[in-house]
Design a protein around this ligand. Structure first.
Ligand code: G7M
Length: 288
């Protein structure tokens, strides 16, 4: 189904999350009896268009004046929106995007075996079909930045194209579920390789040095097929860089050098929405 057809068939149900800071709103609806999530994001300003911006401002309202300060609301024609569609959306997608309190959990090695591993094994394979499509050159092939026998590097779905908020993602061919699967003897060389590749391409394409970027994994990830996040350091509030979620590649390499099975032994604290299926399992609620 084409995006336009999905939008036309969309029947609004409720707002999942209205993030005033990032100016992104997530809404849930139905398209042909299946759940559909739409997100609308106000796009960033294009510096090249600012010279004539004042002339495009119409219908000033709610003007306030105080000494040298004044503010108002206005309309600008042809203002763009970034749209994302997840269709059909699963209960997991809805739980991911819906506003909810977060809780901090400590995943010990034995919790990984008894709680997280059964959870990730219960996720249907089609949840990572998008990864397989990229790895096999069946989707986003024209966007791929680098491909070899170990990995594919490409722009993340979240990247708006500006260097200041650069966001790439590296997908590994090996079917490693997550950070927990990494072991020095099998993966140290792979991790050093991806770091070298990223540094080279960031420099060649955007003049970014290793001091200007952060390379990290999420734990737990949303998708249990290992992938590395690559963001510009200037993207100060890039989503998912907070403690309890992001693990810098340099730290991961250093930990594996110190202790080859570090990620099979360590307790990993992380925060999740309290209705996330994994959070429910940690609280003893085991959905079938
Ligand atoms: O670590 P976690 O699983 O949360 O991150 C997954 C990353 O993959 C996020 O940064 C997403 O924006 C990105 N991503 C997700 N999907 C479904 C796609 C996709 O279809 N294409 C691309 N290029 N990135 C995606």
């Amino acid at each position: 189904m084409h995006t336009q057809a999905i939008l036309q068939a969309f029947r609004f149900e409720r707002v999942l999350l209205n993030d005033a800071r990032t100016k992104i709103i997530y809404v849930l609806g139905q398209v042909e009896e299946e759940a559909c999530i739409l997100s609308f994001e106000k796009t960033r300003f294009e510096p090249e268009t600012m010279a004539l911006y004042t002339q495009r401002l119409r219908g000033l309202e709610q003007e306030v004046e105080n000494n040298i300060y004044r503010w108002a609301l206005g309309l600008v024609d042809r203002d763009e929106l970034r749209l994302k569609v997840i269709y059909p959306a699963t209960a997991l997608h809805i739980a991911k995007y819906e506003a909810q309190p977060r809780i901090l959990l400590n995943e010990r090695a034995q919790d990984y075996q008894s709680v997280t591993l059964p959870y990730l094994q219960s996720i249907p394979a089609e949840r990572t079909q998008w990864v397989q499509n990229i790895l096999h050159g069946q989707a986003e092939a024209d966007r791929v930045i680098f491909r070899d026998a170990d990995l594919v590097l490409l722009p993340d779905m979240k990247w708006d194209g500006s260097v200041e908020s650069l966001y790439w993602v590296a997908l590994f061919h090996q079917p490693l579920p997550s950070l927990r699967s990494l072991h020095a003897s099998s993966h140290l060389a792979l991790l050093q390789h991806v770091r070298t590749v990223c540094y080279r391409l960031l420099s060649e394409r955007h003049g970014l040095t290793p001091e200007q970027v952060r390379l990290f994994f999420h734990y737990p990830p949303s998708y249990y097929h290992l992938h590395l996040h690559v963001t510009a350091l200037s993207f100060a509030d890039a989503p998912g860089i907070q403690v309890g979620q992001a693990h810098l590649l340099d730290t991961v390499i250093a930990n594996l050098e110190l202790c080859p099975d570090y990620y099979q032994k360590v307790t990993l604290p992380f925060s999740l929405g309290q209705r996330h299926p994994l959070a429910l399992r940690f609280q003893g609620v085991n959905p079938t």
